[in-house]
Design a protein around this ligand. Structure first.
Ligand SMILES: C[S@@+](CC[C@H](N)C(=O)[O-])C[C@H]1O[C@@H](n2cnc3c(N)ncnc32)[C@H](O)[C@@H]1O
Length: 413
């Protein structure tokens, strides 16, 4: 069947709007032939924006969805999606900034799926686009080459690892101290496995390898050859295995710049900033160069890591463990702060928003990784009279449909 694509959907599929038909891999303006299940069979009249995807795994690997779209149009799509998210929240006149798009080969965090084949060999890669299969990666154009270089040695090492039976995953974080590996395995590592892991760590410059059961939380260090550290604004923090990091150093820098730029101009040394969902302190340390910071976070290991580093550099950051979904900051508590930064998980910050909307904060700076949650949370601010002072799309997940943003809200007084 032939169809004409007229839009790009939120997940990057070509859309035939009037038929609510979604065709992965098709672009607006194209006439394409599709299967009964809307799979792209052939592009009959290509868009001028269509380019040759640079990665040999594109189309099978679920990591990238948009390598077939020219970079300029791709960036314009991301910008339009942020404008649309804010429009839906009721902010109709926002001049969205140009997106900050991070370059290829800079992603420093990968969550790779592992499968053992019947012949003992190991498949390692991201989940496939359509199926539950794992695409066995020979290369990856978004990941930092230091992580890609570990693919083959990891496969070889896992082949002989007894604690890896059928399936598992490998979280690789590229820290300032080198790659940090968390293996989730379906077996229990014994002495021989631990020796193999220590030899692997030494041969490939990994200060630490940790392990966890495939279904479970308890994490243990399996090999530790040196300290682990990630640096924020010149301060070393020692992260727990598999910790959340912003996806690329360039994306992190763009977020930090946009957050600092959104702070009220008249901060004094005594001003206080509330930072919600602080993680390891990616934003806390840069923010602490402008004011005192109360950094709230629910994950206790992250709070401990942030607290230890914050104490070492003086008392401008208070790291506070708090589940903000169960116990949001109250209007009374918010009175202590000049501004507030929030960087919630994918689901957004629904429980915290009513108090923020009512508050007298000068600025609310919302770091978003989910346009739908931003729309829902933004609606409350809009209804309470807040306006958008600046909105910056940040594309840390190159060639994917994900969209991050820093939105600065202020309330005219
Ligand atoms: C998107 S990450 C941001 C972390 C940090 N701001 C950064 O840039 O690295 C979201 C953080 O929110 C934390 N979080 C999730 N649910 C939370 C809750 N209910 N209360 C407080 N923090 C929460 C997570 O543990 C995670 O550290």
């Amino acid at each position: 069947m032939q169809v004409v694509i007229d839009a790009l959907g939120a997940s990057g599929d070509g859309v035939v709007t009037c038929e609510r038909r979604f065709v992965p891999g098709a672009l607006p303006g194209e006439t394409v032939e599709v299967s009964e299940k809307d799979q792209l069979r052939a592009v009959l009249a290509p868009s001028p924006d269509r380019v040759e995807p640079p990665c040999p795994h594109f189309g099978h690997c679920g990591g990238c969805a948009m390598q077939h779209l020219a970079l300029e149009s791709y960036a314009a799509w991301k910008r339009a999606r942020l404008a649309e998210a804010l429009f839906r929240a009721g902010f109709h006149d926002v001049a969205v900034e140009a997106p900050r798009v991070t370059p290829p080969q800079t992603r420093r965090r990968a969550d790779l799926a592992l499968r053992r084949q019947a012949d003992g060999s190991v498949v390692l890669g991201f989940h496939g686009r359509a199926s539950g299969a794992v695409e066995d990666l020979t290369t990856c154009l978004v990941l930092d080459p230091a992580l890609v270089a570990l693919f083959e040695p990891l496969r070889m090492m896992l082949r002989s690892l007894q604690a890896f039976r059928r399936e598992g995953s490998a979280v690789l974080n590229l820290l300032n101290s080198g790659p940090d590996l968390l293996l989730r395995l379906d077996g229990v590592p014994h002495a021989q496995d631990r020796a193999a892991l220590a030899a692997f760590a030494a041969a490939h410059g990994l200060p630490r390898i940790a392990g966890a059961p495939l279904k479970g939380m308890a994490t243990e260090t399996l090999a530790q050859l040196g300290p682990v550290a990630i640096r924020f604004a010149g301060v070393d923090v020692s992260p727990p295995p598999g910790a959340f990091l912003q996806a690329t150093p360039q994306g992190e820098a763009a977020i930090v710049d946009a957050v600092l730029d959104g702070l009220p101009r008249k901060l004094t040394a005594k001003s206080r900033i509330a930072e919600l969902h602080a993680g390891l302190g990616t934003l806390s340390f840069p923010l602490a160069q402008r004011a005192r910071v109360s950094a709230y976070e629910s994950a206790s290991e992250a709070v401990t890591a942030l607290d230890v580093a914050a104490r070492r550099v003086g008392g401008r950051i208070a790291a506070i463990r708090r589940d903000l979904a169960r116990q949001p900051l109250s209007a009374k508590e918010l009175e202590a702060f000049a501004a507030l930064v929030l960087d919630p998980p994918f689901g957004g910050a629904a429980d915290q928003m009513p108090a923020l909307a009512r508050s007298n904060l000068q600025r609310i700076i919302y770091v978003s990784c989910n346009p739908a949650a931003l729309t829902r949370d933004g609606k409350l601010l809009q209804a309470a009279g807040w306006r958008v002072a600046k909105a910056t799309p940040i594309d840390q997940f190159l060639w994917s449909a994900q969209l991050e943003a820093v939105v600065v809200f202020e309330k005219p007084r």
